[in-house]
Design a binder for this molecule. Structure first.
Ligand code: ADP
Ligand code: MG
Length: 690
């Protein structure tokens, strides 16, 4: 068992801080909550500037993360400057001017050091003009560039030169980098209570918390700065894992009905399925069966590509409730999805003599009253609205669970403790699963049913969209069906619907003349939508022009080709989801991504499109996505109420994450109350507020 020492904090002496030496005294955690103006040199004006940067308290300052450090560079005479080298130069300002170059504000100063004269340039910092007066001494770091000497950082006047490895904070507008460094320096504490066990710190090469903060803001080398970051990352991950471990534990004290071993109904279910379950489906089912035998409520995440056969597994879970003479419910995030699920489940339920009802906000009153008595209830969040009284809910399936807030998910299970299966088609890298869903057990359906051929994806630019439509018409002429996805419009569902209408009309007169075209968007009434989908499924329509409402849940195996217009506007996960609408039968399917001209695309857009062409593997794409976007924004954390990770890099810090998880388990299991104290000690960034 790990022994955790909680050091008792003493008084606070931060305000006496001498700029470069460590202040004496021991700040209490609450000292970290004090406002920035307790520091020397922070008056009302500076306080306001700091506030604009989101820095209100001492704790904010201490966790303000530098995005880079000044690296040591050689000093050069201006006459000796060559390109392609980071250097430092010193000289006197002769003149300064400010002008626009395209979207950029460019400030240029003529600088001389007696050996020669150069133009030094600053971008988008027009306010510097007042400081760079003629005659001012400056010291610049940077390199010779296209428009002269490209300044990376600088010192003005006779101030001490910026130290090597000085931190560079995210753009600080009118607050000089130097001033911000001084303020953060003044906030650095001599010592902080550090509850981490010494042996753990040693094993993981983690410095103490106070040393970590010093290393972050005053490193003597890049390695030292990185060690500091890792320690702060560990604290952050530990807090997150404590929160998750506690949730796991709370659930374990709840009691759900134990459903016993699988019975006759699910045996018949296997018989009515027109196919054999795949190995991965069988494994997921076995895992679910294992959970359902216990009285601890199941909390399982079922992950799998779109079309990998999750719904088939989910229905198995629902039927396990029904055969125990209880109820199953499936909650989907949109009405379209709920209806789709209902259409899928209705048929097998009927064959098995199981009653199945749909409950959404547009369900009529009479049916609404009856629905909660059905064996299987499918619906939207209308399921959790007041007045819906389930007879005896034993298994709940939550589809695309990251789209629901924690509150909504909780409400479904409020006052009852059913077994819960969360389904998601958004593949989540293991690292993310360990953080965001760290409180769930995970089942993965990695491979789709065997007779599927991998979808072929191609990326073409607009000028070649004619060829893409020729390809699409070939499929239609061969009796297949197709999707055309309209450009993404952010404003509103109504604007999007209107644009889709115009687009469908244009296509009907142009590329799709003579074909039967249907239009699916989010503004259709549920009954209209249902009818449209039924007609498409029955082959009465050749092409479905759609907004992203087809993203999930639509299942038409005869649809073998999809065109996505302006694909560069979509996110990676979203495109992958959309693509999953084809390739659901045994025919070879195609996804054609049309983008604007390559030179109009951002690098991340190009990376996304290239990744989609390269692979169909959702887990690989999720990793790529994580790389492109960085791990700052965790999928699902907004809803969970957790702050984004600030210091941790999920990929780089994977081993740390595992250690944090293990320690959190240990703390919560073995020393329940002590974990509170640990959390208290870390609470300057209020991760635990969730
Ligand atoms: P998901 O919910 O993961 O998107 P579904 O359960 O809706 O996937 O399955 C997608 C399609 O594949 C459905 O038409 C379903 O009937 C079919 N399917 C599911 N499992 C199998 C299997 N083992 N063999 C053949 N087809 C399957
Ligand atoms: Mg499905």
């Amino acid at each position: 068992m790990t022994k955790v020492e909680v050091l008792l904090p003493v008084g606070f002496a931060g305000a006496e801080a001498d700029e470069w030496s460590r202040p004496r005294g021991f700040p209490r955690p609450e000292a970290l909550a004090r406002e920035v103006d307790v520091l020397p040199g922070v008056g009302p004006a500076v306080k306001k500037k700091l506030q604009r940067l989101g820095l209100r308290t001492i704790g904010d300052l201490l966790t303000h993360r530098p995005f880079r450090y000044e690296e040591p560079v050689p000093e050069r005479r201006i006459a000796d400057l060559e390109g392609d080298e980071d250097v430092a130069i010193s000289g006197e300002v002769l003149s300064v001017s400010n002008r626009r170059r395209g979207p950029l504000q460019m400030l240029t100063a003529r600088i001389s050091d007696g050996t020669a004269t150069i133009s030094a340039t600053w971008f988008n910092q027009p306010w510097l003009q007042q400081q760079l007066l003629a005659g001012t001494e400056v010291r610049l770091r940077g390199r010779q560039g296209k428009y002269g000497f490209d300044v990376r950082s600088f010192d003005i006047g006779d101030a001490e030169a910026t130290a090597d490895f000085a931190p560079v904070y995210p753009a600080s507008e009118d607050l000089a980098a130097k001033k911000l460094r001084e303020i953060v320096g003044a906030a650095l504490p001599a010592s902080l209570p550090d509850p981490l066990p010494a042996d753990l710190k040693q094993r993981e090469a983690l410095p103490g918390r106070d040393d970590a903060l010093w290393a972050l803001h005053r490193p003597r080398s890049l390695a030292e700065a990185e060690a500091g970051r890792r320690r702060l990352a560990f604290d952050e991950l530990l807090l997150l894992q404590l929160w998750l471990a506690r949730r796991r534990r709370e659930r374990e004290s709840e009691v759900a009905p134990a459903l016993g071993p699988p019975g006759e109904l699910v045996a018949r279910y296997r018989d009515v399925l027109p196919f054999q379950l795949t190995e991965h489906q069988e494994r997921a089912i076995a895992e679910i069966d294992g959970d359902l035998e216990r009285t601890v409520p199941m909390q399982r995440l079922l992950q799998g590509e779109v079309g990998s056969g999750k719904t088939v597994v989910a229905l198995y879970g629902l039927l396990r409730a029904v055969e125990a003479r209880r109820q199953g419910a499936l909650m989907a995030p949109t009405e379209t999805l709920a209806e789709q699920h209902f259409l899928t489940l209705e048929e097998p339920c009927r064959l098995l003599g199981v009653t199945c009802a749909l409950l959404t906000s547009s369900t009529a009153k009479r049916e609404r009253d009856l629905a909660p008595h059905a064996d299987v209830v499918v619906g939207t969040h209308a399921l959790i609205q007041e007045g819906v009284e389930f007879r005896d809910l034993a298994v709940a399936v939550v589809d695309e669970q990251h789209r629901f807030g924690v509150e909504q998910r909780k409400a479904l299970t409020e006052g009852r403790s059913p077994h819960v299966l969360h389904m998601t088609a958004t593949p989540i890298p293991r690292t993310l699963a360990l953080t965001v869903y760290g409180d769930l057990a995970v089942s993965e359906i990695v491979r789709p049913p065997a007779d599927r051929k991998p979808i072929t994806t191609a990326w073409v630019t607009e000028d070649r969209s004619g060829a893409a439509y020729t390809r699409l018409r070939k499929h239609l002429d061969a009796g297949r069906q197709a999707y055309v996805v309209c450009p993404l419009i952010e404003e509103s569902e109504t604007t999007q619907a209107r644009a889709a209408e115009a687009e469908a009309e244009r296509l009907q007169k142009g590329e799709l003349r003579g074909y039967r075209v249907g239009l699916l968007h989010g503004r259709l009434r549920p009954a209209e939508r249902r009818e449209l989908m039924a007609r498409f499924k029955a082959g009465e329509l050749d092409v479905l022009v759609a907004t992203t409402v087809i993203e999930v849940g639509v299942d038409v195996p005869n649809a073998t080709i999809m065109i996505v217009q302006e694909a560069d506007r979509f996110g990676l996960a979203q495109l992958h989801q959309l693509r999953g609408r084809v390739g659901r039968g045994s025919e070879q399917s195609y996804c054609l991504l049309i983008s604007r001209a390559r030179e109009d695309l951002t690098d991340p857009a190009i990376e996304r499109l290239e990744a989609l062409v390269r692979t169909n593997d959702g887990f690989e794409l999720a990793e790529v996505d994580l790389d492109i976007r960085g791990s700052g924004h965790l999928l699902g954390t907004r809803q969970s109420g957790l702050t984004d990770l600030h210091f941790a890099h999920l990929r780089k810090d994977r081993p740390l994450l595992e250690r944090a998880r293990a320690l959190a388990d240990e703390l919560v299991d073995a020393e329940g109350p002590l974990s509170d104290e640990v959390e208290q000690a870390f609470s300057e960034r209020d991760l635990s507020a969730a």
